[in-house]
Design a protein around this ligand. Structure first.
Ligand code: PMT
Length: 413
């Protein structure tokens, strides 16, 4: 077994197989993954059954093979959402042009495409098809948009094809797929850079009620914080995620606490502090809330006061209170800036007493709020590191690694 593949030990790998001739190689791939210590669950599309049998895949994986969103028996054993959250990584091999098109458009018409949408795990795709198909602009466009969404494309290899053509489109060989999955793995043998560490992450917006139907909020989707929580989990940490309204699902092993207002978030953060080693504040917390939230819907026609004025009061600064508590070893903030980005962030880090701050320029609407991409600068006491525009999942992986390295001594104290 190549040394790198020991990184896969203990990993939960969901292997999706779509209907291409290269599917005949997947029992070998599953066998190698199991030999490397991974647990493998296989999901096939209907067409994959034309090329490989579920019986072989069940025999090598040791788990029943899933192929139907509507299989009541399989759902009772492990629901598809449960399966989506079980996965540490998803690999689709072979990925046909049709599968790639469905994934690129977010089409959830079968079990495998549904799982890819429902899972917070990183998705890798090993395309396999005729060389002419592979080079078609439609396929290239779909692959580019999957890549922009954070999917990793592995291969394809080039060479002789089953159809007699020669060129790019052969599925990457099982051994190379194994190495690619091992590289993707942060947890290694289960002892990543944050093992034995509890990381609390806040994410998403807060909502501050004006009356029962209106509120003050912002454009945060929670994606960046979800990605940070997921990377911390894969780096070996126990993760507590405190999420504002509207934030998507997280991995089953992440302990999640949902909140609505800044005050709720403050309370949940302080409940988590006694067990927290590292606090990462990604949430876009409302700095102010209405002074007097009304119990009934405010009416439009108020002749005595036609101009509406809303009195606001300050919310607690959650992250500053975490620093002041002295209970946490490392405190990292995020800063959403629209001007004089770096100077504002440097000042914010110093004012709040943070170990580090991660700043994004949210005047650029292609990144930051409610986008799958971001571009950030990590500012710490001894320097600054730029991470150019890329998927939030990639930013999160690199940030967690950098934070693990920068604060290694503090974290392991
Ligand atoms: O959620 P996404 O759509 O993925 O977008 C990601 C993001 C743009 C929200 C994220 O990358 C980001 O920039 N998060 C910080 C947003 C923010 O509110 O920044 P700020 O500069 O206002 O706050 C600075 C720090 O203080 C943050 O760590 C914030 O969580 C914290 N804070 C702010 C106010 C407050 N009352 N309490 C706090 O703890």
């Amino acid at each position: 077994m190549p040394e790198m593949t020991s990184n896969l030990s203990g990993q939960h790998i969901l292997l999706g197989i779509s209907g291409g001739i290269a599917a005949y190689k997947t029992p070998i791939l599953v066998r190698r993954l199991v030999e490397a210590g991974a647990s493998v669950q296989v999901v096939m599309t209907a067409n994959a059954h034309q090329f490989v049998t579920a019986t072989s895949l069940q025999a090598v994986s040791g788990n029943p093979v899933r192929d139907d969103l509507w299989d009541a028996g399989a759902e009772a054993a492990m629901g598809h959402i449960e399966l989506a959250r079980w996965a540490d990584q998803i690999l689709i091999a072979p990925a046909t042009a049709s599968m790639i098109a469905r994934l690129a458009t977010g089409d959830a018409s079968d079990l495998l495409s549904t799982l890819c949408l429902a899972s917070p795990a990183p998705v890798s795709i090993a395309p396999a098809m005729n060389q002419q198909m592979y080079q078609h602009p439609a396929v290239q466009r779909n692959l580019a948009s999957l890549q922009a969404d954070g999917c990793r494309i592995i291969g394809p290899d080039s060479g002789d094809q089953a159809c007699g053509d020669r060129g790019p489109g052969r599925m990457t060989e099982p051994e190379d797929l194994l190495t690619a999955l091992a590289e993707q793995s942060l947890t290694g043998d289960g002892r990543g850079p944050l093992t034995d560490c509890t990381v609390t992450v806040t994410t998403g917006p807060t909502r501050e009620a004006i009356d029962p139907v209106r509120y003050i909020s912002n454009h945060s989707s929670g994606l960046q914080g979800l990605a940070v929580a997921e990377s911390a989990r894969r780096a070996g940490a126990k993760v507590i995620l405190i999420a504002g309204p509207g934030v998507a699902g997280a991995h089953a092993e992440i302990e999640r606490r949902d909140v609505t207002t800044a005050q709720d978030m403050y309370e949940q953060v302080h409940n988590a502090l006694p067990s927290t080693d590292v606090f990462i504040g990604v949430a876009a917390v409302a700095d102010y809330r209405p002074a007097n939230a009304q119990g009934q819907k405010i009416k439009r026609h108020r002749q005595e006061e036609p101009d509406m004025r809303l009195a606001l009061v300050e919310n607690p600064d959650i992250i500053a209170s975490v620093v002041q508590s002295g209970q946490v070893k490392v405190v990292v903030g995020f800063a959403a800036e629209t001007n004089d980005t770096l100077n504002n962030a440097r000042e914010k880090r110093a004012r709040k007493g943070l170990d580090a701050i991660v700043v994004n320029d949210v005047s650029d609407h292609s990144i930051g709020f409610n986008s799958s991409n971001n571009a950030v600068t990590l500012i710490h006491e001894n320097g600054e590191i730029d991470f150019g525009i890329q998927p939030k999942t990639e930013i999160a992986e690199q940030l967690i690694y950098q934070l693990g390295a920068l604060f290694k001594n503090k974290i392991t104290l």
